[in-house]
Design a binder for this molecule. Structure first.
Ligand code: HEC
Length: 100
C-alpha cells in the first residue's frame, strides 16, 4: 500500500509532463508491486486472477488497456485512469501479454 501511495505522488507529479515522464522501468515496478499486491507478486493470481500471458490469451491489448484504465466496477479491480495515461496503460497491457 505504501508503494501505491508513493506511486500516486509520483504519478501526480509526472502527469504535468506526460510524454517526457514515460518511464518503462517505473511502470514495470508498478506492475510487479501495485498490481502484484492483488494479482500476486509473480502475477499468477491472489485476490485477483492470474494475469500472466498464458491466462490472457483471449484478450486483446485494447481490452486489457480498458480494464486497466477503468477497472471492473463492482469488484476490487480499481480504475487506474487517475494514476496513469492511456499510453502507459497500453504499455502495461502489452507487457502483460508478453510476460509469463
Ligand atoms: C485491489 C486489488 C487489485 C489491484 C491493486 C489490481 N487488480 Fe486487477 N483485478 C482485481 C480483481 C479482484 C479482478 C477480477 C475482477 C472480476 O471479478 O472480474 C481483477 C481483474 C484484472 C484483469 C482482468 C483479468 C481477467 O482475466 O479477467 C486484469 C487484466 C487486471 N486485473 C490487471 C491489473 C493491473 C495491470 C493492475 C495494476 C495496474 C491491477 N490489475 C491491479 C484486483 C486488483
Amino acid at each position: 500500500m505504501r508503494s501505491l501511495l508513493i506511486y500516486l505522488a509520483l504519478a501526480t507529479f509526472a502527469q504535468a509532463d506526460d510524454a517526457a515522464s514515460f518511464d518503462p522501468v517505473a511502470l514495470e515496478r508498478m506492475v510487479r508491486q501495485d498490481c502484484g499486491a492483488c494479482h500476486g507478486l509473480t502475477l499468477k493470481g491472489g485476490l485477483g486472477p492470474d494475469i500472466r500471458a498464458g491466462s490472457l490469451k483471449d484478450w486483446t491489448a485494447e481490452d486489457l488497456q480498458a480494464i486497466i484504465l477503468d477497472g471492473r466496477p463492482g469488484t476490487p479491480m480499481p480504475p487506474w485512469r487517475p494514476l496513469i495515461s492511456e499510453v502507459e496503460a497500453a504499455w502495461i497491457a502489452q507487457y502483460l501479454l508478453e510476460h509469463e
